[in-house]
Design a protein around this ligand. Structure first.
Ligand SMILES: NC(=O)c1ccc[n+]([C@@H]2O[C@H](COP(=O)([O-])OP(=O)(O)OC[C@H]3O[C@@H](n4cnc5c(N)ncnc54)[C@H](OP(=O)(O)O)[C@@H]3O)[C@@H](O)[C@H]2O)c1
Length: 367
């Protein structure tokens, strides 16, 4: 009897402590926007102090970053936007759990950058000031940004800063996803969502690897996908690819708007469906959750079949960045740049991406 009472009290105390922790965590989670100290070495940067729509992104004076021993400071010349930038701003419970309960802990925006090396940390061996580089760089929507040297590679002189900045995250996602699909020359590959940042790279990389590519896109983008090499085009506003008689060796799925059974129907008996994304920046919370859940379910169910559904998270890989840089340098990969904005118009660029119909990459230039 006594033990039962002690257990009951302990459970109650633990629950109360948990509620208190969440409450304290919520009210104490703050960010640099709340600090009133003067900026000593200012630079212009886009930051988001609150969650909300793209309107919360603002151009501000912030402290210019200083590289640590393993970091490179770059003067950013161009940055590109990814669906992730639009997702992170949204006021969603998952964002609050990951990025900060009350406010985003890290207010920087942007992941992709191309620019000129300004300074290097003492352990950096591969870069020196004045090198032209591109790569993954947190907070790239700014005049300057820092990143580890492993996330950067040299930019070829015949590639513009805008082109180079459009490559990193979308290019890596396309390349690593096609690898998950174990793509071979001559195979039939379908790309669902072929006209966004990832899709335009996936289409061209699949072609350069010798695949026969079918692109799924909306009517207005039919000419675009043909111009970057699609062998066949399916306009999703007129035709559902899962109802066709064609079979594919690899489905590279950027959209996840079909069920496990529907996609299996058009996969060859040993085909692979690569679950790359869930529809890009236009997909909002209520649509996103079932697509994410559907991805995990499909992956689980496929372990009982010969057809595989592969999920992956893009990783920063220097060799892959070098390979993508070479493909662009030699003209085998042509970044599709939808629109270019100035840094002070970056909130407008985010609104454009968030509307969900950007073609290829949205780029921001910094003068
Ligand atoms: N696995 C990873 O680690 C990883 C890393 C980076 C990105 N991603 C994911 O990859 C996905 C694609 O990213 P992104 O940067 O390419 O996004 P994006 O630039 O916003 O492009 C999304 C594309 O989806 C197309 N689309 C929308 N509805 C469609 C439908 N019903 N059928 C076919 N296409 C449709 C749009 O074309 P229309 O305008 O013609 O509709 C647009 O071209 C995102 O979900 C992102 O989160 C995953």
């Amino acid at each position: 009897m006594k033990i039962k009472r002690i257990l009951k009290w302990s459970a109650g105390a633990i629950l109360l402590a948990l509620v208190l922790c969440v409450f304290i965590g919520y009210w104490t989670s703050t960010n640099e926007c709340d600090r009133k100290t003067a900026v000593t070495n200012p630079m212009k940067a886009i930051r988001y102090c609150e969650y909300g729509s793209p309107d919360v992104a603002k151009l501000d004076d912030v402290e210019k970053p200083v590289p640590t021993d393993n970091q490179v400071l770059i003067k950013v010349r161009a940055a590109s936007l990814n669906a992730l930038d639009a997702y992170m701003i949204r006021d969603a419970w998952l964002n609050r759990l990951i990025f900060g309960l009350r406010k985003p802990r890290d207010t920087r925006l942007g992941r992709d950058a191309a620019g000129v090396v300004e300074a290097v940390g003492k352990n950096v061996t591969q870069f020196k000031p004045a090198d032209e580089v591109f790569g993954i760089c947190r907070g790239s929507l700014a005049e300057y940004a820092v990143t580890p040297e492993r996330a950067l590679v040299i930019k070829a002189p015949n590639v513009s800063f805008e082109q180079a900045a459009s490559v990193p995250l979308a290019g890596l996602t396309a390349l690593q996803g096609l690898r998950e699909g174990k793509i071979q020359p001559g195979q039939k590959v379908l790309i669902n969502g072929a006209t966004g940042g990832v899709g335009t790279f996936a289409l061209q990389i699949a072609k350069s690897l010798g695949a026969e590519v079918t692109a799924v896109c909306s009517t207005r983008n039919v000419d675009l996908v043909r111009s970057i090499g699609a062998d066949h085009v399916i306009d999703y506003t007129k035709e559902d690819f899962t109802k066709s008689d064609q079979r594919y060796d690899v489905i590279f799925d950027n959209v996840a708007n079909h069920s496990f059974a529907e996609r299996r129907r058009v996969l060859n008996s040993k085909g692979i469906c690569v679950l790359a994304g869930m529809g890009g920046a236009g997909v909002k919370g209520s649509e996103a959750i079932p697509r994410i859940a559907g991805g995990f379910t499909a992956r689980g169910l496929s372990s009982f079949t010969n057809q595989k559904f592969a999920m992956y998270v893009t990783t920063v890989n220097k060799q892959d960045l070098i390979m993508l840089g070479d493909l662009v340098r030699t003209g085998k990969l042509r970044p599709v740049i939808d629109r270019t904005y100035k840094l002070n118009d970056a909130p407008e660029a985010l609104r454009h991406l968030d509307a969900g119909h950007a073609r290829g990459k949205t780029v921001v230039t910094i003068e």
